[in-house]
Design a protein. Structure first.
Ligand SMILES: Cc1cc2nc3c(=O)[nH]c(=O)nc-3n(C[C@H](O)[C@H](O)[C@H](O)COP(=O)(O)OP(=O)(O)OC[C@H]3O[C@@H](n4cnc5c(N)ncnc54)[C@H](O)[C@@H]3O)c2cc1C
Length: 373
C-alpha cells in the first residue's frame, strides 16, 4: 500500500463514518469516555484493515511502511477524532513488545491491542526515579518459574483502564544494567492502580503499586538485566513517531484559534505559535523519514521533544489569551476541553523526559560537549 493511496483511503473512510468518528463532548473531559470512544473507533478501523497497515503480519498486521501508522494517527488527530494522549500508547509500547516479547505471546495478544480490545500502559517512573530512571527501586525476584514484583510506579498514564503494563524492575546490580522489563497483566493479584487527579481535574494517570505480584517467566521482555535496551526502545518511540500525530493535534487547535483571529486581534501571539509549530513539524518530518527507512529515532529526537514542548505551550498560551477567561473559569464543555489542553501543555516539557534532560542529551550526544562536573 502506497502512502498517498493509504491517506486517500483513510480520509474517505473517516468522511463516510463521520458520525462514529466524531467523539462526544464528554470524551474531551472524561478519560473513561475518551477511551470508550477510542475503543469503538479502533475496532472499526481494525475490522476494515486501516489499523493493521504498517504493522508486521506476525503481530496481526498487513505489512507496509511504519509511515502508514503515522499517517493514520495524523489523519485522526488532525480532526480530533481521537485524543493523542491515549492514541499514542500502542505506538509507544507496541514496537518494543513486538520486538522483545516471546513470539507466541506477541502473536496471541498483539491483534487485541491493535483492535482496541486491550489497552497497555507504561510503568517506568517511580516516586524517587523519573529523570534518573536507572535508580529505580521496584524489584523482581525469580522464585521457581515466576518473577515476584514489588514496588511503586508513579504517573502511570491510564493504568486504571489498562489491561497490561510494561514494568521496569530491578533484577540485578544497581544502575541501568541491573534492570529487566516485564509485561504484567493489570488484573494480577497485588496490582493496584490509584488514579491521580490533574490540575485540569482529569483522572489521567495513577500511582500504581505492586505487592508480591507473580509474573510468569515468559512475560520477561528481552533478557534478564536487559531491560534498559527495552526502555530505550520505548523512550525513542515516545520521542519519535508519536510527535507527528501530536503536531497534527496542535494544528487542529491552532486552526480553531485562527478562526477567531479577526475577532481578537492577537495576530502576534498566533504568528509566534504558528512559527514554532511549523518549525517543529519540519523537524518531526525528518524523523518520520528516518523511521520509514527502518531506523529508530536516536538522540536527534530530543530536538523534536524540546521543540514540541515549546510549540505546545505557545499554542495553548495563545488560546488562554484569546479565549479571555474561558480557560480559567469557563464551564461550557468547550471551555473545559481548552482548560484540559492548556493544563496538559504544562506537562509537555516533562513527560517522556524533561526539556532539561533532552538538552543534556543534545549537548553530550549531538554536540559532543564534555559533561559538566
Ligand atoms: C502527563 C505525564 C504523563 C506521564 N506518563 C507516564 C507514564 O505513562 N509512565 C511513566 O513511567 N512515567 C510517566 N510520566 C512521568 C515522566 O516520565 C516523569 O515525570 C519525567 O521523566 C520526570 O521525572 P520526575 O517527574 O521524577 O522529575 P525529576 O526527575 O525529579 O526532575 C525534577 C526537575 O529536575 C530536573 N532535573 C532532573 N535531573 C536533572 C539533570 N540531570 N540535569 C538537569 N535537570 C535535571 C528536571 O528537568 C525537572 O525539572 C508522565 C509525566 C507526565 C507529566
Amino acid at each position: 500500500m502506497q502512502v498517498d493511496e493509504f491517506r486517500h483511503g483513510v480520509r474517505a473512510w473517516l468522511d463516510d463514518h463521520e458520525r462514529d468518528v466524531t467523539p462526544s463532548a464528554d470524551a474531551a473531559v472524561s478519560v473513561a469516555a475518551q477511551l470508550d470512544h477510542q475503543r469503538r473507533l479502533q475496532r472499526m478501523l481494525f475490522d476494515d484493515g486501516w489499523m493493521r497497515w504498517g504493522w508486521a503480519q506476525q503481530v496481526g498486521g498487513l505489512g507496509g511502511s511504519p509511515t502508514l501508522r503515522a499517517v493514520l494517527g495524523e489523519e485522526l488527530t488532525a480532526r480530533a477524532a481521537v485524543h493523542t494522549t491515549s492514541w499514542s500508547m500502542h505506538e509507544v509500547l507496541g514496537p518494543a513488545v513486538a520486538q522483545f516479547g516471546a513470539p507466541d505471546l506477541v502473536a496471541e495478544i498483539f491483534p487485541r491491542l491493535l483492535r482496541g480490545d486491550e489497552f497497555w500502559c507504561q510503568g517506568f517512573s517511580e516516586p524517587e526515579a523519573g529523570s534518573d530512571l536507572g535508580s529505580l527501586r521496584t524489584t523482581a525476584e525469580l522464585n521457581g518459574d515466576v518473577w515476584v514484583v514489588n514496588g511503586e510506579k508513579l504517573w502511570t498514564s491510564f493504568a486504571h483502564h489498562a489491561t497490561r503494563c510494561v514494568v521496569l524492575a530491578r533484577t540485578g546490580r544497581p544502575g541501568s544494567r541491573g534492570i529487566s522489563a516485564f509485561l504484567v497483566d493489570m488484573n494480577t493479584p497485588g496490582v493496584a492502580a490509584r488514579p491521580l487527579r490533574t490540575m485540569a481535574r482529569v483522572e489521567e494517570f495513577c500511582s500504581t503499586s505492586f505487592v508480591d505480584v507473580e509474573v510468569p517467566a515468559h512475560r520477561l521482555l528481552g533478557d534478564v538485566d536487559g531491560g534498559w535496551k527495552v526502555a530505550q526502545h520505548i523512550l525513542s518511540c515516545e520521542r519519535g513517531a508519536i510527535f507527528w500525530q501530536r503536531g497534527a493535534w496542535l494544528g487542529y487547535h491552532l486552526g480553531l484559534l485562527l478562526d477567531r483571529a479577526d475577532e481578537t486581534g492577537s495576530a502576534a501571539a498566533l504568528g509566534q505559535a504558528f512559527q514554532l509549530l511549523w518549525a517543529f513539524r519540519a523537524t518531526s518530518k525528518a524523523t518520520q523519514e528516518r523511521i520509514a527507512t527502518g531506523h529508530l529515532p536516536g538522540p536527534e529526537a530530543s530536538v523534536d521533544k524540546i521543540m514540541i514542548g515549546a510549540a505546545e505551550q505557545a499554542v495553548f498560551d495563545t488560546a488562554r489569551e484569546l479565549l479571555c477567561g474561558a480557560i480559567e473559569s469557563g464551564d461550557t464543555p468547550a471551555a473545559q476541553s481548552w482548560r484540559r489542553e492548556w493544563a496538559y501543555a504544562r506537562a509537555a516539557t516533562i513527560y517522556g523526559g524533561t526539556s532539561e534532560i533532552q538538552r543534556d542529551i543534545v549537548a553530550t550526544h549531538l554536540l559532543e560537549l564534555p559533561r559538566s562536573a
